[in-house]
Design a binder for this molecule. Structure first.
Ligand code: R5P
Length: 274
């Protein structure tokens, strides 16, 4: 298996290569003085797997350039973190449905696409060739046999937390969340039996950290940890989260950050080998 490591996913690419016995192909990534990006894939195979998360505009442009460089190859695309998926519908007249635009571009190049915990069913629905993988079992296993309660910060995350809690073998519940704007959320506590317990807040994405900070404020618990799939961690999110009293934040390596200690490579390697 020939693996093309995207600029945003070098560690995960090498983990997938190790698990599958695949070969990493070297890619040159460069930025011109005016800010434009450049890609050269040093060897173009007949068939390959591209691994690239989209956690910034540069990541997206680099991905399009990689796919273009591979125009004569049969490409399986792995986008571990599918950015732009939160704009999955037109909320206001005149808005772009960003994930639809991304889907059109990626599907025009790739034969098949895999991602991990895409943000919503609506986002997923814009793709025809996409398979969405679930990292919640991997997160749940990290807490196996630990005396914790898993909490979803909103009802939308309830299905995810159910899966993680099943693999951990622990209790779960959820909070009521209302988004005021892109940076502000309000959390309404439910009548949870968590007082004095160790809580793990489970989410798909931690971006600004606003959701986590508000969730922590609404809980009166012994200790709080956070586990998420995608550690987007925009701006000083990590600082906000730790200052709010979170003991630990743990994420997968769909976005490669210092906190990305759970690898999704087994999940991805398995589907690539089918
Ligand atoms: C929202 O529906 C998601 O599941 C996350 O809760 C949200 O994207 C987190 O964003 P932030 O960290 O900016 O509050």
């Amino acid at each position: 298996m020939n693996i093309i490591p995207g600029n945003a996913s070098p560690i995960l690419s090498s983990r997938i290569a190790e698990k599958t016995g695949g070969r990493l192909i070297e890619v040159e990534y460069r930025r011109f003085p005016d800010g434009e990006l450049y890609v050269r894939v040093k060897e173009v195979p007949n068939e390959c797997v591209v691994v690239q998360s989209i956690n910034s505009n540069d990541d997206l442009v680099y991905l399009i350039l990689i796919l273009d460089a591979l125009e004569n190859s049969d490409v399986t695309l792995v986008v571990p973190y599918m950015g732009y998926a939160r704009q999955d519908k037109r909320f206001l007249d005149g808005e772009a449905v960003s994930i639809r635009a991304v889907a059109k571009i990626l599907e025009s190049y790739a034969e098949r696409i895999y991602t991990v915990n895409i943000h919503s069913k609506d986002a997923e629905s814009w793709f025809r060739k996409l398979e969405n993988l679930d990292a919640m079992p991997l997160i749940g296993e990290r807490y196996k046999d630990k005396d914790v309660v898993m909490i979803a910060p909103d009802k939308g995350s309830l299905e995810r937390v159910k899966v993680a809690a099943k693999y951990a073998g622990c209790d779960y519940d959820y909070l009521e969340k209302k988004r005021v704007d892109a940076e502000t959320v309000e959390i309404f506590p439910k009548n949870l039996e968590v007082e004095g317990r160790d809580v793990v807040i489970i989410d798909d994405i931690v971006s600004t950290g606003g959701t986590i900070v508000e969730a922590v404020k609404s809980l009166e618990v012994k200790s709080v940890e956070v586990a998420c799939v995608h550690a987007v961690l925009a701006g000083n999110a990590l600082n906000r989260i730790y200052s709010a009293g979170v003991r630990k934040l743990m994420a997968t390596d769909t976005v490669e950050k210092a906190v990305s200690e759970i690898t999704v490579s087994p999940l991805i390697s398995e589907v690539l080998q089918c």
